[in-house]
Design a binder for this molecule. Structure first.
Ligand SMILES: [Zn+2]
Length: 470
């Protein structure tokens, strides 16, 4: 991208957009919020809570007023992206949330606290962009809210990633003791949200309101710079108002090698156990934040060539491993793909890894040997001297999903990707190698710092609580 054109051209677009009125005429997007009421303080709360979401961040009690969350899923929002091949149209999904604090005099202060955006991508000069994902860099963004008019204006910065960045630049190996995570190069954008809430906004627990507006994003820190600025029209009919946050869902798409469900030789034998353990350990976030791991039905690839991934760590680092061809086989927009092969030849350090960690393009490749580590333990791998063999790695997938959720290894000596957070020491984010399991320990910090453009608001029970705080 020609950086010299940024200031004049992009600022003009930015200013134009900030001056335009919200609620544009061409609104194709709807919104769906699949959340039930979370009846904190209600007489029927006990029963409801079992079925819905008891968890989430409970706002501090206030004698009058209080803090509410306004949340909605963005669906099919029309977007226009200026690319290095001209202007392209696409659609975005995602999630948005504000916190709204009302003081005892009824004065309301609003903050944008979540904005995830996800698009299947557009064409660029170098080919399809692939999945585009954006999420906020900061926990909350400076937001002006005019209570009288309902007008919201928020400035924020977002992490931008799309699959073409990985294809062009490759990955940054996490290094350290266990090489099970490969980071993407990340771009950043400056964003502005101009939107409108209804004039007569009533803050009632469990009620809904609407939100109409637009988001303008300008690239400010390019890596390949194929996508330069974006304009997205949002129209959310059901923005849910509650004093607690509901569940956020992460969809997992399993991919096995074989002809189908009835193929007795199909890979993926470890998956039911590993996904159950992963769902359980992330469900423990409950009292801190409700995160739910949900699995799609498996997709099968009928190609025996993928049963054994040949080429070791060097092939992975140089981008020549078969694992990359495998990952190119399946792309599900709103899910993290988990490819399960029979084994790696030679053995690969953790027996599996996450690529594009923390982004919407995140994918995991792992193997059925996680619960069938050869005996005696393979030599030459970190952690295998004095380690175990057999059914060892029950928490391996839970650990890799931590990488998907933007968390790095706790050890400061390991690389941590741009805008990512370190997981807690002695928690599930601690690397373990192929011959030891990751700790069966969840932390409040891991839960709090998790993020992914793939997360969306949903209905789920969160019954657990973290084992440790930090
Ligand atoms: Zn790891």
């Amino acid at each position: 991208m020609n950086r010299r054109i940024i200031p004049a051209a992009l600022m003009a677009l930015f200013l134009l957009s900030t001056m335009s009125t919200a609620a544009p005429e061409k609104i194709e997007s709807g919104s769906q919020l699949t959340i039930a009421k979370n009846l904190i303080g209600s007489a029927s709360a006990g029963k409801e809570i079992q079925q819905i979401s008891p968890a989430g961040r409970i706002a501090p009690a206030a004698t009058k007023g209080g803090t509410y969350f306004l949340m909605g899923n963005i669906k099919d929002a029309s977007g226009v992206i200026d690319t290095d091949r001209g202007t392209q149209q696409t659609s975005f999904g995602g999630e948005i949330a504000f916190s709204l604090r009302e003081d005892d005099k009824g004065i309301q202060t609003l903050e944008l606290v979540r904005l995830n955006l996800l698009s299947p991508g557009v064409g660029t000069a170098a080919g399809p962009s692939g999945t585009i994902g954006l999420n906020l860099i900061e926990d909350s963004a400076k937001t002006n809210y005019d209570q009288k008019s309902g007008q919201i204006s928020s400035q924020f910065r977002s992490r931008l990633h799309y699959a073409l960045i990985d294809k062009t630049k490759g990955f940054i190996p996490g290094g350290g003791k266990e090489s099970d995570v490969f980071y993407s190069y990340i771009e950043t954008m400056s964003g502005q949200l101009d939107a409108k809430l209804p004039l007569d906004l009533k803050l009632a627990e469990g009620s809904t309101t609407s939100l109409n507006g637009e988001i303008v994003l300008v690239l400010d820190d390019p890596v390949i710079g194929a996508l330069q600025n974006m304009r997205i029209v949002i129209s959310i009919r059901d923005l849910w108002i509650s004093m607690t946050e509901p569940a956020e869902i992460l969809n997992v798409q399993p991919v096995f090698i074989g002809t189908g469900r009835s193929d007795p030789t199909a890979t993926g034998t470890v998956y039911p156990t590993l996904i159950r353990r992963a769902a359980e350990i992330w469900n423990r976030c409950g009292t801190e934040r409700c995160l739910t791991i949900r699995s799609n039905d498996p997709i099968y690839i009928d190609d025996d060539g993928y049963r054994v991934i040949e080429g070791g760590e060097t092939a992975i680092i140089t981008g020549t491993s078969e694992a990359y061809d495998l990952m190119d086989e399946v792309d599900v927009l709103d899910a993290v793909e988990v490819f399960v092969v029979e084994r790696w030849d030679p053995f690969f350090d953790g027996g599996g890894a996450t690529w594009s960690s923390g982004t919407a393009s995140a994918k995991i490749v792992t193997c059925d040997q996680q619960l069938d580590v050869p005996c005696p333990p393979p030599s030459g791998l970190w952690g295998c001297s004095g380690g175990s063999c057999g059914d060892v790695n029950y928490y391996h997938l839970a650990h890799e999903l931590g990488h998907v959720l933007n968390l790095c290894h706790p050890d400061p000596g390991d690389y941590c990707g741009s805008g990512m957070s370190r997981g807690s020491a002695n928690s599930i984010l601690e690397p373990s190698g192929f011959c030891r399991d990751n700790p069966d320990v969840q932390s409040a910090r891991n839960c709090r710092l998790s993020s992914s453009p793939l997360l969306y608001w949903g209905r789920s029970a969160c019954t657990g609580s973290p084992d440790i705080s930090d």
